[in-house]
Write a protein that binds this ligand. Structure first.
Ligand SMILES: [Zn+2]
Length: 344
C-alpha cells in the first residue's frame, strides 16, 4: 500500500510518501480502507519524538480515521466488507481494572492508533474490531474524521473530568485548534459563558459563530489581565489548558476560588511552574485528562448527528501533502482540522 512513513524522528522532511507492506490481520482485526484521516497535534509530537516514543520504526501516523471495512479477521462478527466506519483510537491491555470498566484511555499500557501502532496516513489501517464504530449519520468521511478525537478529548476534559456546569465561566486556550473549537461548542451547549483565547483577530468572528462570548488575542493582550477585566477580578470557574509551559502559570492565576484547571497536553512544553500559594489559598483543582471512553463517544455521536455540535474542517489535502499539513499545524495557522485524503 501507499503510506506516509517516517524511519527516524525529526522535522517535516522525515515524512515520506512510499510503498510499504499492507498490515496482516489477526483473527479479531479489521482492515479499514482509509477515506479520511484528520491531523492532531500529537502527530507532530510523535514525528518529532517528543510524544511517548514508539518501540519500532518505521512508523505511520494518524489516529482520527474514517473509512470502509476492506477485510475482516476470521473471528470478526459484527462487521463486513464495505461497512463505513470510524476508528476509536485508544487501545488498552483489555484486562486491567481501567480496561474492565471501559476506560482504556486510563490503562497503564494505553496506546493510540497512529501514535504507538500504525495509523491512517495510508491507504489501509489495521484496527481491532472493538475499536470501530459506524460512520456518523449525515456526515462525510472528512467531517467524521475531523470531529472524532478532538470532540471526545474535549468532552472528557470538560464534562467528565472538570464537571462543567451551566452558568459557569469557561476560559478556552488555543480556541482555534481542533480541541479548542470543540471546547467552545461544548461550553455553549452546557450553558456557560465562553471566553476564547486565540492568536489573531481574524479568528474572532468564526469563534463567535461557534459560541464564544468573549474573545482575547493572546499575542496583543495578556490573557490573564483580560480575564480579570471581563470577570470583574473574579476569575473563571474552569480553564481548558493544553499548551503547558507558555500559558500554565497565568492559566492557574486566571481561576476563581474553587476553580478547576483541566489539561490534556503541553504543546509548548511539559515543564511548568506554579506558585502553590494560589492552589491552596484559592482551593483550586488541577485535573489531568486523557482522550475519552467509547461510552462518551456514544453520547457525542448523538449530539453530532443532531447538529448540536459540528465538525470544523480547516482544509482537506491529499495524503501526499502530509508535510504541508504538519507545517500548517506547527505554524498554528489552523482553524479546526486539517484532513488528509488517500488516493485509491
Ligand atoms: Zn488495561
Amino acid at each position: 500500500m501507499k503510506a506516509v512513513v517516517f524511519h527516524e524522528y525529526g522535522d517535516i522532511d522525515v515524512l515520506r510518501y512510499e510503498d510499504i507492506e499492507t498490515p496482516t490481520l489477526g483473527p479479531r482485526d479489521v482492515l479499514v480502507k482509509v477515506r479520511a484521516t484528520a491531523l492532531n497535534y500529537y502527530d507532530v509530537m510523535t514525528r518529532a519524538g517528543t510524544y511517548r516514543p514508539n518501540e519500532r520504526l518505521p512508523h505511520i501516523l494518524g489516529g482520527d480515521i474514517a473509512g470502509d471495512v476492506a477485510e475482516v479477521g476470521s473471528e470478526v462478527t459484527h462487521l463486513k466488507p464495505r461497512d463505513p466506519v470510524v476508528v476509536y483510537a485508544a487501545l488498552g491491555c483489555g484486562h486491567c481494572e481501567q480496561c474492565l470498566v471501559g476506560e482504556p484511555n486510563c490503562c497503564v499500557e494505553y496506546r493510540y492508533v497512529g501514535a504507538h501502532v500504525w495509523g491512517g496516513y495510508a491507504q489501509y489501517v489495521k484496527v481491532p474490531e472493538e475499536n470501530l464504530v459506524p460512520l456518523y449519520q449525515g456526515m462525510s468521511y472528512e467531517e467524521a474524521a475531523a470531529c472524532n478525537i478532538t470532540f471526545l478529548t474535549s468532552w472528557h476534559m470538560l464534562v467528565t473530568r472538570a464537571n462543567l456546569r451551566s452558568g459557569e465561566d469557561l476560559l478556552v486556550l488555543s480556541a482555534a485548534s481542533g480541541i479548542g473549537v470543540a471546547a467552545v461548542q461544548i461550553g455553549r451547549l452546557m450553558g456557560c459563558r465562553v471566553i476564547a483565547c486565540v492568536g489573531s483577530d481574524d479568528k474572532f468572528q468564526r469563534l463567535r459563530e461557534l459560541g464564544a462570548d468573549v474573545l482575547i488575542n493572546y499575542r496583543t493582550d495578556d490573557f490573564y489581565q483580560e480575564v480579570m477585566k471581563v470577570t470583574g477580578k473574579r476569575g473563571v470557574d474552569v480553564v481548558f489548558e493544553n499548551t503547558g509551559t507558555e500559558t500554565w502559570d497565568r492559566a492557574v492565576r486566571s481561576l476563581t476560588r474553587m476553580g478547576r484547571l483541566v489539561t490534556c497536553g503541553g504543546t509548548s512544553g511539559y515543564q511548568v511552574t506554579t506558585d502553590v500559594n494560589y492552589i491552596f489559598h484559592k482551593q483550586l483543582s488541577i485535573i489531568g485528562s486523557n482522550h475519552g471512553t467509547k461510552r462518551e463517544l456514544q453520547t457525542l455521536v448523538k449530539l453530532l448527528e443532531a447538529g448540536k455540535l459540528r465538525p470544523v474542517v480547516d482544509r482537506v489535502l491529499p495524503l501526499t501533502e502530509a508535510r504541508e499539513g504538519h507545517r500548517i499545524l506547527e505554524g498554528r495557522k489552523v482553524f479546526g482540522k486539517v484532513v488528509l485524503i488517500p488516493e485509491h
